[in-house]
Ligand binder design. Structure first.
Ligand code: ATP
Length: 364
Protein backbone atom coordinates (compact mmCIF):
# COMPACT_ATOMS: atom_id res chain seq x y z
CA UNK A 1 0.00 0.00 0.00
CA UNK A 2 1.41 3.38 -0.95
CA UNK A 3 0.41 6.92 -0.15
CA UNK A 4 0.36 8.67 3.17
CA UNK A 5 -1.65 8.99 6.32
CA UNK A 6 -2.25 12.73 6.54
CA UNK A 7 -2.88 14.07 10.03
CA UNK A 8 -3.65 17.74 10.69
CA UNK A 9 -5.30 17.95 14.09
CA UNK A 10 -5.61 19.99 17.24
CA UNK A 11 -6.87 18.69 20.55
CA UNK A 12 -6.99 20.30 24.00
CA UNK A 13 -6.96 17.88 26.96
CA UNK A 14 -6.90 19.92 30.16
CA UNK A 15 -3.61 21.80 30.13
CA UNK A 16 -2.21 19.64 27.33
CA UNK A 17 -2.50 20.73 23.69
CA UNK A 18 -1.86 18.39 20.79
CA UNK A 19 -1.15 20.28 17.56
CA UNK A 20 0.17 18.02 14.83
CA UNK A 21 0.30 18.47 11.05
CA UNK A 22 2.27 15.55 9.67
CA UNK A 23 2.20 13.06 6.81
CA UNK A 24 3.09 9.50 7.79
CA UNK A 25 4.53 7.15 5.16
CA UNK A 26 2.40 4.05 4.62
CA UNK A 27 5.30 1.63 4.41
CA UNK A 28 7.65 0.01 6.90
CA UNK A 29 7.85 1.30 10.46
CA UNK A 30 7.47 4.91 11.50
CA UNK A 31 8.54 5.47 15.09
CA UNK A 32 6.72 8.03 17.18
CA UNK A 33 9.32 9.07 19.66
CA UNK A 34 9.16 11.47 22.58
CA UNK A 35 9.38 11.85 26.32
CA UNK A 36 6.63 10.70 28.61
CA UNK A 37 3.66 13.05 28.27
CA UNK A 38 4.70 14.39 24.83
CA UNK A 39 1.43 13.18 23.31
CA UNK A 40 2.36 9.96 21.52
CA UNK A 41 -0.57 7.88 22.78
CA UNK A 42 -2.96 10.78 22.33
CA UNK A 43 -1.91 11.10 18.67
CA UNK A 44 -2.50 7.37 18.11
CA UNK A 45 -5.92 7.68 19.74
CA UNK A 46 -6.78 10.56 17.40
CA UNK A 47 -5.72 8.48 14.39
CA UNK A 48 -7.80 5.58 15.66
CA UNK A 49 -10.86 7.84 16.03
CA UNK A 50 -10.95 7.48 19.81
CA UNK A 51 -10.69 11.23 20.55
CA UNK A 52 -14.00 12.58 19.30
CA UNK A 53 -13.12 16.12 20.38
CA UNK A 54 -10.08 16.40 18.11
CA UNK A 55 -10.52 19.09 15.45
CA UNK A 56 -9.04 18.82 11.97
CA UNK A 57 -8.38 16.21 9.33
CA UNK A 58 -7.21 12.62 9.26
CA UNK A 59 -6.95 11.22 5.73
CA UNK A 60 -5.80 7.67 5.09
CA UNK A 61 -4.46 7.11 1.56
CA UNK A 62 -7.04 9.54 0.17
CA UNK A 63 -9.95 8.28 2.30
CA UNK A 64 -11.23 10.87 4.76
CA UNK A 65 -11.42 9.37 8.26
CA UNK A 66 -12.04 12.66 10.00
CA UNK A 67 -12.83 16.14 8.68
CA UNK A 68 -15.20 16.34 5.70
CA UNK A 69 -16.49 12.91 6.78
CA UNK A 70 -16.28 10.71 9.88
CA UNK A 71 -15.37 7.05 9.75
CA UNK A 72 -15.92 5.36 13.13
CA UNK A 73 -12.97 3.55 14.73
CA UNK A 74 -14.22 0.06 13.92
CA UNK A 75 -14.41 0.86 10.19
CA UNK A 76 -10.93 2.37 9.88
CA UNK A 77 -9.13 -0.94 9.49
CA UNK A 78 -6.71 -0.33 12.35
CA UNK A 79 -4.87 -2.99 14.32
CA UNK A 80 -4.08 -1.54 17.76
CA UNK A 81 -1.68 -3.12 20.27
CA UNK A 82 -1.19 -1.58 23.69
CA UNK A 83 1.42 -2.09 26.38
CA UNK A 84 -0.97 -4.36 28.31
CA UNK A 85 -2.95 -6.59 26.03
CA UNK A 86 -6.43 -7.63 27.22
CA UNK A 87 -8.05 -10.87 26.10
CA UNK A 88 -11.27 -12.75 26.68
CA UNK A 89 -10.15 -14.74 29.74
CA UNK A 90 -12.62 -17.60 29.20
CA UNK A 91 -11.43 -18.25 25.63
CA UNK A 92 -8.22 -20.02 24.65
CA UNK A 93 -5.61 -18.17 22.62
CA UNK A 94 -7.08 -19.85 19.54
CA UNK A 95 -10.56 -18.68 20.55
CA UNK A 96 -9.33 -15.12 20.99
CA UNK A 97 -7.61 -15.19 17.61
CA UNK A 98 -10.65 -16.70 15.87
CA UNK A 99 -12.83 -13.98 17.36
CA UNK A 100 -10.57 -11.30 15.84
CA UNK A 101 -10.31 -13.14 12.54
CA UNK A 102 -14.11 -13.25 12.24
CA UNK A 103 -14.06 -9.44 12.07
CA UNK A 104 -11.86 -9.58 8.97
CA UNK A 105 -14.22 -11.75 6.95
CA UNK A 106 -14.20 -10.67 3.33
CA UNK A 107 -11.28 -8.27 3.74
CA UNK A 108 -8.57 -10.71 2.69
CA UNK A 109 -5.59 -10.57 5.01
CA UNK A 110 -3.64 -13.44 6.52
CA UNK A 111 -5.17 -16.66 7.85
CA UNK A 112 -4.85 -17.95 11.40
CA UNK A 113 -2.28 -20.59 10.45
CA UNK A 114 -0.16 -18.04 8.61
CA UNK A 115 -0.16 -15.63 11.55
CA UNK A 116 0.45 -18.42 14.07
CA UNK A 117 3.48 -19.57 12.05
CA UNK A 118 4.90 -16.07 11.60
CA UNK A 119 4.71 -15.34 15.32
CA UNK A 120 5.40 -18.88 16.59
CA UNK A 121 2.04 -19.05 18.31
CA UNK A 122 1.48 -22.78 17.69
CA UNK A 123 2.43 -23.98 21.19
CA UNK A 124 0.25 -21.28 22.76
CA UNK A 125 -3.00 -21.85 20.88
CA UNK A 126 -4.68 -24.09 23.45
CA UNK A 127 -3.65 -22.05 26.49
CA UNK A 128 -5.81 -19.59 28.36
CA UNK A 129 -4.55 -15.96 28.34
CA UNK A 130 -3.83 -16.17 32.10
CA UNK A 131 -1.22 -18.85 31.37
CA UNK A 132 0.83 -16.65 29.02
CA UNK A 133 3.99 -14.77 29.93
CA UNK A 134 4.15 -11.03 29.24
CA UNK A 135 6.13 -11.57 26.04
CA UNK A 136 3.81 -14.32 24.82
CA UNK A 137 0.80 -12.09 25.48
CA UNK A 138 2.28 -9.34 23.33
CA UNK A 139 2.98 -11.81 20.51
CA UNK A 140 -0.61 -13.04 20.66
CA UNK A 141 -1.86 -9.43 20.73
CA UNK A 142 0.14 -8.61 17.60
CA UNK A 143 -1.19 -11.76 15.93
CA UNK A 144 -4.74 -10.83 16.90
CA UNK A 145 -4.29 -7.35 15.41
CA UNK A 146 -2.93 -8.81 12.15
CA UNK A 147 -5.89 -11.17 11.84
CA UNK A 148 -8.27 -8.24 11.47
CA UNK A 149 -6.56 -7.53 8.09
CA UNK A 150 -5.55 -4.02 9.16
CA UNK A 151 -4.58 -1.22 6.78
CA UNK A 152 -2.20 0.05 9.45
CA UNK A 153 -0.87 -1.29 12.76
CA UNK A 154 -0.64 1.09 15.72
CA UNK A 155 1.76 -0.34 18.30
CA UNK A 156 1.74 1.69 21.51
CA UNK A 157 4.90 0.73 23.42
CA UNK A 158 4.18 -2.98 22.93
CA UNK A 159 7.42 -3.95 24.68
CA UNK A 160 7.39 -1.42 27.51
CA UNK A 161 6.22 -3.88 30.17
CA UNK A 162 8.82 -6.51 29.26
CA UNK A 163 12.32 -7.01 30.63
CA UNK A 164 15.33 -6.75 28.31
CA UNK A 165 15.50 -10.49 27.63
CA UNK A 166 11.83 -10.71 26.61
CA UNK A 167 12.21 -7.59 24.47
CA UNK A 168 15.13 -9.18 22.66
CA UNK A 169 12.94 -12.22 21.94
CA UNK A 170 10.12 -10.19 20.43
CA UNK A 171 12.04 -7.62 18.39
CA UNK A 172 12.90 -10.12 15.62
CA UNK A 173 9.19 -10.89 15.20
CA UNK A 174 8.41 -7.22 14.76
CA UNK A 175 11.31 -6.94 12.30
CA UNK A 176 9.86 -9.86 10.36
CA UNK A 177 6.41 -8.25 10.36
CA UNK A 178 7.93 -5.05 9.02
CA UNK A 179 9.76 -6.91 6.27
CA UNK A 180 7.12 -9.45 5.28
CA UNK A 181 3.59 -8.53 6.32
CA UNK A 182 3.35 -5.43 4.13
CA UNK A 183 1.27 -3.58 6.74
CA UNK A 184 2.57 -0.12 7.67
CA UNK A 185 3.36 0.24 11.36
CA UNK A 186 3.23 3.30 13.60
CA UNK A 187 5.36 2.36 16.57
CA UNK A 188 5.35 4.38 19.78
CA UNK A 189 8.51 4.10 21.80
CA UNK A 190 10.76 6.04 24.06
CA UNK A 191 13.64 3.68 23.49
CA UNK A 192 16.20 5.01 21.00
CA UNK A 193 17.59 1.48 20.61
CA UNK A 194 14.17 0.17 19.51
CA UNK A 195 13.65 3.09 17.15
CA UNK A 196 17.09 2.60 15.62
CA UNK A 197 16.49 -1.07 15.12
CA UNK A 198 12.95 -1.06 13.77
CA UNK A 199 12.12 2.22 12.12
CA UNK A 200 12.82 3.73 8.73
CA UNK A 201 11.09 6.99 9.62
CA UNK A 202 11.01 8.85 12.93
CA UNK A 203 8.63 11.53 14.14
CA UNK A 204 9.74 13.20 17.36
CA UNK A 205 7.03 14.76 19.51
CA UNK A 206 7.59 17.34 22.22
CA UNK A 207 4.81 19.01 24.21
CA UNK A 208 2.18 17.88 21.70
CA UNK A 209 4.03 19.18 18.61
CA UNK A 210 6.29 17.60 16.01
CA UNK A 211 9.83 18.66 16.78
CA UNK A 212 11.57 16.69 14.05
CA UNK A 213 10.56 14.19 11.38
CA UNK A 214 12.61 12.33 8.81
CA UNK A 215 14.52 9.20 7.94
CA UNK A 216 15.96 7.34 10.92
CA UNK A 217 19.58 7.70 9.77
CA UNK A 218 19.20 11.40 9.22
CA UNK A 219 17.43 12.10 12.54
CA UNK A 220 19.77 9.96 14.67
CA UNK A 221 22.85 11.56 13.09
CA UNK A 222 21.58 15.10 13.64
CA UNK A 223 23.48 16.87 16.43
CA UNK A 224 20.36 18.92 17.10
CA UNK A 225 18.59 15.69 18.00
CA UNK A 226 20.98 15.08 20.90
CA UNK A 227 19.13 17.23 23.47
CA UNK A 228 15.88 15.31 23.01
CA UNK A 229 17.41 11.84 22.58
CA UNK A 230 19.58 12.40 25.64
CA UNK A 231 23.39 12.61 25.47
CA UNK A 232 23.79 9.02 26.67
CA UNK A 233 21.43 7.69 23.99
CA UNK A 234 22.69 9.77 21.09
CA UNK A 235 24.38 7.83 18.33
CA UNK A 236 24.30 7.43 14.58
CA UNK A 237 23.61 4.39 12.42
CA UNK A 238 26.38 2.84 10.38
CA UNK A 239 25.75 0.40 7.53
CA UNK A 240 28.07 -2.64 7.53
CA UNK A 241 28.56 -6.04 5.93
CA UNK A 242 29.82 -9.06 7.91
CA UNK A 243 33.26 -9.83 6.42
CA UNK A 244 34.73 -12.48 8.73
CA UNK A 245 34.25 -14.31 12.04
CA UNK A 246 37.71 -14.19 13.61
CA UNK A 247 38.91 -17.06 15.81
CA UNK A 248 39.39 -14.77 18.84
CA UNK A 249 35.66 -14.05 19.11
CA UNK A 250 35.52 -10.83 17.14
CA UNK A 251 33.49 -10.19 14.01
CA UNK A 252 35.07 -8.12 11.25
CA UNK A 253 32.68 -5.78 9.52
CA UNK A 254 33.26 -3.76 6.37
CA UNK A 255 31.85 -0.25 6.45
CA UNK A 256 32.07 2.52 3.88
CA UNK A 257 34.85 4.05 5.98
CA UNK A 258 36.92 0.91 6.52
CA UNK A 259 36.98 -2.28 8.62
CA UNK A 260 35.47 -2.41 12.10
CA UNK A 261 35.91 -5.20 14.65
CA UNK A 262 33.13 -5.82 17.15
CA UNK A 263 32.24 -8.47 19.72
CA UNK A 264 30.91 -11.57 17.91
CA UNK A 265 27.69 -10.95 15.97
CA UNK A 266 25.66 -14.02 15.10
CA UNK A 267 25.14 -13.31 11.41
CA UNK A 268 26.33 -15.05 8.24
CA UNK A 269 29.24 -13.66 6.28
CA UNK A 270 27.87 -11.28 3.68
CA UNK A 271 24.89 -10.21 5.85
CA UNK A 272 24.08 -6.52 5.79
CA UNK A 273 23.73 -4.93 9.22
CA UNK A 274 23.02 -1.59 10.70
CA UNK A 275 24.94 -0.66 13.84
CA UNK A 276 24.19 2.10 16.25
CA UNK A 277 27.43 3.66 17.39
CA UNK A 278 26.91 5.68 20.56
CA UNK A 279 28.31 9.18 20.34
CA UNK A 280 29.98 8.78 23.72
CA UNK A 281 31.92 5.74 22.45
CA UNK A 282 33.65 7.67 19.67
CA UNK A 283 36.80 9.68 20.28
CA UNK A 284 38.57 11.86 17.75
CA UNK A 285 42.17 12.45 16.80
CA UNK A 286 43.69 14.84 14.21
CA UNK A 287 46.46 12.36 13.34
CA UNK A 288 46.21 8.60 12.90
CA UNK A 289 46.64 7.19 16.42
CA UNK A 290 49.48 4.68 16.91
CA UNK A 291 49.94 2.18 19.71
CA UNK A 292 46.32 2.39 20.79
CA UNK A 293 44.44 -0.67 22.06
CA UNK A 294 41.27 0.21 20.14
CA UNK A 295 41.08 -1.66 16.85
CA UNK A 296 38.68 0.59 15.05
CA UNK A 297 40.12 3.72 13.53
CA UNK A 298 38.00 5.25 10.78
CA UNK A 299 39.10 8.24 8.70
CA UNK A 300 36.36 10.87 8.71
CA UNK A 301 35.62 14.50 7.99
CA UNK A 302 33.90 16.85 10.42
CA UNK A 303 30.54 18.03 9.02
CA UNK A 304 29.11 19.92 12.01
CA UNK A 305 30.03 20.95 15.56
CA UNK A 306 27.33 21.72 18.09
CA UNK A 307 28.24 23.14 21.47
CA UNK A 308 25.94 21.83 24.22
CA UNK A 309 24.85 23.56 27.43
CA UNK A 310 26.79 21.16 29.67
CA UNK A 311 30.41 21.96 28.64
CA UNK A 312 30.10 19.16 26.10
CA UNK A 313 29.89 19.24 22.34
CA UNK A 314 28.51 16.97 19.66
CA UNK A 315 30.54 16.53 16.51
CA UNK A 316 29.00 15.11 13.36
CA UNK A 317 31.38 13.30 10.99
CA UNK A 318 31.15 11.81 7.53
CA UNK A 319 32.81 8.40 7.48
CA UNK A 320 32.50 6.80 4.04
CA UNK A 321 28.85 7.09 3.06
CA UNK A 322 27.61 7.31 6.63
CA UNK A 323 27.39 9.93 9.32
CA UNK A 324 28.74 9.37 12.83
CA UNK A 325 28.34 11.40 16.00
CA UNK A 326 30.98 11.93 18.68
CA UNK A 327 30.52 13.49 22.12
CA UNK A 328 33.49 15.53 23.27
CA UNK A 329 34.18 18.22 25.80
CA UNK A 330 34.15 21.77 24.49
CA UNK A 331 37.75 21.93 25.58
CA UNK A 332 38.70 19.07 23.21
CA UNK A 333 36.82 20.73 20.36
CA UNK A 334 38.91 23.86 20.90
CA UNK A 335 42.19 21.95 21.39
CA UNK A 336 41.68 19.90 18.20
CA UNK A 337 40.42 23.00 16.35
CA UNK A 338 37.45 21.00 15.08
CA UNK A 339 35.28 22.69 12.47
CA UNK A 340 33.41 21.57 9.35
CA UNK A 341 35.82 20.25 6.73
CA UNK A 342 38.56 19.18 9.17
CA UNK A 343 39.90 15.66 8.58
CA UNK A 344 40.01 13.45 11.69
CA UNK A 345 40.27 9.84 12.77
CA UNK A 346 37.29 8.45 14.67
CA UNK A 347 38.26 5.80 17.21
CA UNK A 348 35.47 3.35 18.15
CA UNK A 349 36.02 0.77 20.88
CA UNK A 350 35.27 -2.71 19.55
CA UNK A 351 33.08 -3.54 22.53
CA UNK A 352 31.13 -0.33 22.04
CA UNK A 353 28.66 -1.86 19.63
CA UNK A 354 25.99 -3.56 21.72
CA UNK A 355 24.22 -6.61 20.32
CA UNK A 356 20.88 -4.94 20.96
CA UNK A 357 21.98 -2.12 18.69
CA UNK A 358 22.55 -4.37 15.71
CA UNK A 359 19.66 -4.52 13.30
CA UNK A 360 19.44 -7.54 11.05
CA UNK A 361 21.24 -10.04 13.32
CA UNK A 362 19.98 -12.53 15.85
CA UNK A 363 21.45 -12.30 19.36
CA UNK A 364 23.51 -15.38 20.28
N1 ATP B 1 -8.22 12.90 29.27
C1 ATP B 1 -7.21 13.71 29.57
N2 ATP B 1 -7.41 14.85 30.27
C2 ATP B 1 -6.40 15.69 30.57
N3 ATP B 1 -5.13 15.47 30.22
C3 ATP B 1 -4.86 14.34 29.53
C4 ATP B 1 -5.88 13.40 29.16
N4 ATP B 1 -5.30 12.39 28.48
C5 ATP B 1 -3.97 12.67 28.42
N5 ATP B 1 -3.72 13.84 29.04
C6 ATP B 1 -2.40 14.49 29.15
O1 ATP B 1 -1.91 14.64 27.85
C7 ATP B 1 -0.49 14.54 27.84
C8 ATP B 1 -0.04 13.55 26.78
O2 ATP B 1 -0.37 12.23 27.18
P1 ATP B 1 0.02 10.97 26.30
O3 ATP B 1 -0.45 9.76 27.04
O4 ATP B 1 -0.45 11.17 24.92
O5 ATP B 1 1.60 11.06 26.32
P2 ATP B 1 2.67 9.97 25.87
O6 ATP B 1 3.68 10.71 25.08
O7 ATP B 1 1.99 8.83 25.21
O8 ATP B 1 3.27 9.55 27.27
P3 ATP B 1 3.82 8.13 27.81
O9 ATP B 1 5.11 7.91 27.08
O10 ATP B 1 4.01 8.37 29.26
O11 ATP B 1 2.78 7.10 27.49
C9 ATP B 1 -0.08 14.16 29.25
O12 ATP B 1 0.37 15.32 29.90
C10 ATP B 1 -1.36 13.64 29.85
O13 ATP B 1 -1.38 13.86 31.24
Amino acid sequence: MTGVLRVDVKLQLGAFALDVAQDFALSGVTALFGRSGSGKSTLLRVIAGLEGRAAGDVVMAGQVWQGAAWIPPERRGIGYVFQDARFFPHLSVRGNLEFAHARARGLGGPGLDEVATALDLGPLLDRRPAALSGGEKQRVAIGRALLTAPRILLLDEPLAALDEARKAEILPYIERLRDQAGVPILYVSHSVAEVARLAQQVVVLQDGRVLRAGGVQEVLADPQAVPFLGPREAGALLGAVVAAQDSDGLTRLETGAGPLWVARIGAAIGSRLQLRIHAQDVILSRSRPEGLSALNILPATVTAVQLEDDHGATVQLRAGDDLLLARLTRRSVAALELAPGVAVYAVVKSVAVAQGDVAGAQPR
